[in-house]
Design a protein around this ligand. Sequence first.
Ligand code: NAD
Length: 514
Amino acid sequence: MAVIEFLQKNDGERQKILLKSPATLEPLYEIECETAEDVNAKIAKARAAQPAWGALSIEQRAQYFLKLRDVILDRQDYIVETVIRETGKPMQDALTFEVYAVCSFISYWVQQARKTLKPETSRPPGIMGLMKKVHLIYKPLGVVGVIAPWNGPFVLTANPCIQAMIAGNTVVAKGSEITPFCSKILEELCLEAGFPEGVCNVLMGDGMTGAALTSGAVDKIAFTGSVTTGKKVAMACVENLTPYSLELGGKDAMIICADANLDEAAHAAVWGGCVNSGHFCCGIERIYVEAPVYDVFVEKVTTLAKAIRQGASHGVNEDLGAIFWDKQLDIIEAHVEDAKKKGAKVLAGGERNKELKGLYYPATVMVDLDETCDLMTQETFGPVLPIIKVKDIEEGIAKANDSNYGLHGSVWTKDKNKGLEIAKRIQTGSMAVNDIGMMYGVPSAPFGGVKESGVGSINGANGLRAYSQAMPIIIGRYAGADTGYPHDQKKLDRMKKLMNFMWKNPIGKKLLGP
Ligand code: NAD
């Protein structure tokens, strides 16, 4: 029942992996994992292509991306088919999360790059402003390595690559071995859009290929994946002092206040917990409900969860697709079984959907949980909604914060100001009030985790700038004579006078500083 099988290999051969469909468990194809030599060759190819690509103006690069967006729109069926074949997602999830999201990111990055990466000239503050100018350029880093997971395989490969490339870098990306072609097609689509050879390179392979990339001669690693692998990536990067960003897992909490619109909150809970088969870094993993509305909320969520349609035809009339990977199914089953053993009650779902041949798990609602169980503390990454009653919001906030993770979460209340105040107190990279975790899909908002959920952030103006080196170039007026040798009493006195004038004299303060 494994969807990937590592095939026997002889010495000197590349590791082969047989992939199977998670929806049917029928074999799909074999891939060969690229070796460290292959990885280094791709890095060298990217390195050779970078100077010409980096020398283009932002506008010239922007035009390539607008062409890429056309190609993606023209080839959307092909992208959706590739994603569905390797993941078993419903068509709606594939279209929205992978195609729409990537087009939206391109549109934003094109506009943002024109503003954010433009060179700036300014005068330094105070007296130095009379003597110097600062010319600030955003210089490409060089070659950026991108490592992506299997849950949003096209978008999570494409988004960091697009940011890196529009900033003038070339990229070597590696998608997950569970979904290799979902990532590989980015290279294909870029070539179709006329990108020069070597600008966008996508590797096929497993963790060994990824490890070769992180210890290769790259200028940054942008990693999205699990905490465990993230730590390995960080260690490898530290070894070479390669800058890195880590977008890792989460255990997002949803806090339901007694004054929430319960219909909306219940719908959001089921959608936010089950969308993309629950394989959603900002998906709902824990729900804390204020006591007065707990029973009604649980009833509404259970009714909605039972109405979720699960099927293997990936059509528009199905809600919940396959679990993408058997190992994730094992984790989901283990968390639910552990919770059951510790006394939890299952109100919907609760065991694998055996009516379907592939890897299917239904929308699951659980209550009466022992809060030390794995389902409440570890990332489940499946369509499971554990609901906990809290006596008041303070208890809800404390429980939401009692986690090693800190990615995202949401608060539900009709009082938006109260929602904002609660959101500010949650120890996560981002939060939502009366909305579900589409944070990653909002390109203008910085996205990243705190605690074990990540290091650095992607998206927003700073996310884009993180793919470049902000390089100030000072342009002097007096050839440094203002500060230079010889040291003498006259200069010392002049400096004292100047300081008094600037920061004690009312006219000086007005002219040169507060
Ligand atoms: P994973 O860590 O197992 O794998 C991620 C990628 O790392 C894959 O391409 C894998 O081949 C590669 N890899 C494995 N070992 C490696 C090594 N030693 N060196 C370098 N690369 C290596 O994660 P996954 O199971 O593919 O993804 C699921 C996880 O990703 C979940 O925890 C989820 O929450 C997280 N995620 C986070 C975000 C975010 O933006 N914060 C988004 C999506 C998914």
